[in-house]
Each structure stands twice: as C-alpha cells, then as structure tokens.
Design a binder for this molecule. Structure first.
Ligand code: FPP
Length: 247
C-alpha cells in the first residue's frame, strides 16, 4: 500500500474526484444478507475513501449517495437509506471537524424527509469553516433536474432583463448549477462493473477521465482508490488539443 502511495504524483492529483458508489445490493445478496446490510457496509467504505482523499489532499470529493430515480425503490429501502444518512451524519460530525472536512450537498434537498434535511443542514453549518477538503453528497440528485432548474433560473433572469440571451455562456450556466462552488470533475469512478453515468453530473464531467471497476462499493478500499488515481495519472488529458501541444 505504501508502495502505491509513493508512486502517486502529489502534483498531478485530480482536484475533483466524483464517485458513483454502486453494488451495495449485490454485495449483500452474494452474502445472503438483506440489501440494507449492503448499504450499512457501504457507509464504512464512504468513511475509508473520504479519509484516504483527505490524506493525499484531494480538495473535492463528490459522492452519488441518492439519485432522483432512487425514490422509486421500495418504500422500506428508501426509509432505511434516509435513516442511515441521518445516523451517519450524526456519527461523523466529530471526525469531519477533526479532519478539517467541510460537508456540502447537491440535489433537490427539499425532497428529503424533514429529519434528514434538518440533520444535513446542521452538519453543513457545523463544518462550514473547514478548509482541507469539501465532501459533497449528491442527494435526491439528478443531472437533468439540475439542468432544468438552471434553465428556469436563467430564463427568469432573462425575462427580468438581468441577463441578455446573447451573453449566456459556460460561465453563466456553471454559476447556476448546484455545483457552482466546485471545479469541474477530473476523475469519475464507478464501482460494481456497470459502465454508465446514470444522470450524474452531466455538465461537470465534460472532460473528466472515466474509471470503471468491478469491485462492489462495500469492498472498495483505499488501495483500490490509489490504483485508480495512478491509472488516471498515466493518462494524457488533451482537452481537445493534440498530444504535441500538450507536451
Ligand atoms: C448503490 O448500490 C448505492 C446506493 C443507491 C446508495 C449509496 C449509499 C451508501 C453507500 C450509504 C449511505 C451513504 C452515506 C453518504 C452515509 P445499489 O443499492 O444500487 O446496489 P445494486 O446495484 O447492487 O443493487
């Protein structure tokens, strides 16, 4: 593990790492457990990966914890995920402060149950002064919903004469997204073998490197993360330019 860590170039770290944490259900099923146990184990991986990112100084980590589509899961599973969110937030607040990590959330947060919403806002408030890393939870998040909200807000400003349609550009759109305070995603990891984006950060991943692994989220460790980062560092990001222009 230390050998892996030594190989990572600290000057070429992704500034914004986003993760689609997938496979909790399959992990539980394979072990003959309830799906809920998969989610519970998933929270342990959340803790390990968050600490690993803080350790190597990745400034922005964004986790897809609950999508707008996840509301369609059985009522009991949704309730359990929300309870897990509240209990994890309560439990982790001390560790977040100790590690100087700021909690942030993106998504239609008003749709969350009152208790979860309140707990979330409370932890966001109690960690707002932290500066080492921003941990963003995507909750009741859907990229299309985010884009629709953005279009509505910009249209409203156009109607009021605050923005002229000719001036609408990437900066204006970016500044209306839930992620307005975050840089673009550099590396997007999805666990569990699925190779799709599932309505996550569609605008923000325009130039991200994509990394897919078969490991199920509850089994995902710090070592796996370091391997993904090494893989990312060995790629050439050209942003539309030629290889010669980059080098
Ligand atoms: C995907 O696995 C995972 C989720 C929908 C929820 C992710 C939640 C956690 C890791 C725990 C709570 C998080 C926090 C931040 C406290 P899946 O259920 O889709 O798995 P499957 O595809 O194998 O069924």
């Amino acid at each position: 593990m230390n050998r892996l860590l030594d190989q990572i170039d600290k000057n070429k770290l992704p500034q914004h790492l986003a993760i689609i944490m997938d496979g909790n259900g399959r992990w539980a099923k394979a072990k003959g457990l309830f799906r809920s146990m998969g989610h519970e184990s998933g929270t342990k991986a959340v803790r390990e990966i968050t600490e690993a990112c803080a350790e190597i100084n990745i400034p922005y980590l964004t986790l897809y914890a609950f999508s707008t589509e996840n509301w369609n899961r059985p009522k009991l599973e949704v309730e359990l995920l929300m309870r897990l969110l509240v209990s994890s937030l309560k439990k982790e607040i001390k560790t977040l402060n100790k590690n100087n990590i700021k909690l942030n959330a993106i998504g239609n947060l008003e749709a969350l149950p009152k208790k979860a919403h309140k707990e979330l806002l409370d932890v966001i408030d109690k960690t707002k002064g932290n500066t080492r890393m921003t941990l963003t939870l995507a909750l009741s998040y859907g990229a299309r919903e985010e884009i629709i909200k953005t279009v509505k807000e910009i249209s409203d400003k156009v109607k009021k004469g605050l923005i002229s349609p000719q001036n609408i550009d990437e900066v204006i759109i970016t500044s209306h997204l839930y992620t307005r305070d975050l840089p673009d995603v550099d590396l997007l990891i999805r666990t569990s073998g699925e190779q799709r984006i599932s309505n996550f950060l569609l605008w923000q991943i325009a130039y991200a490197e994509l990394y897919f692994t078969d490991i199920l989220w509850p089994d995902y460790t710090k070592k796996d993360l370091f391997e993904a980062i090494l893989n990312y560092q060995n790629r050439e990001r050209r942003f539309g330019k030629t290889s010669e222009q980059i080098n």
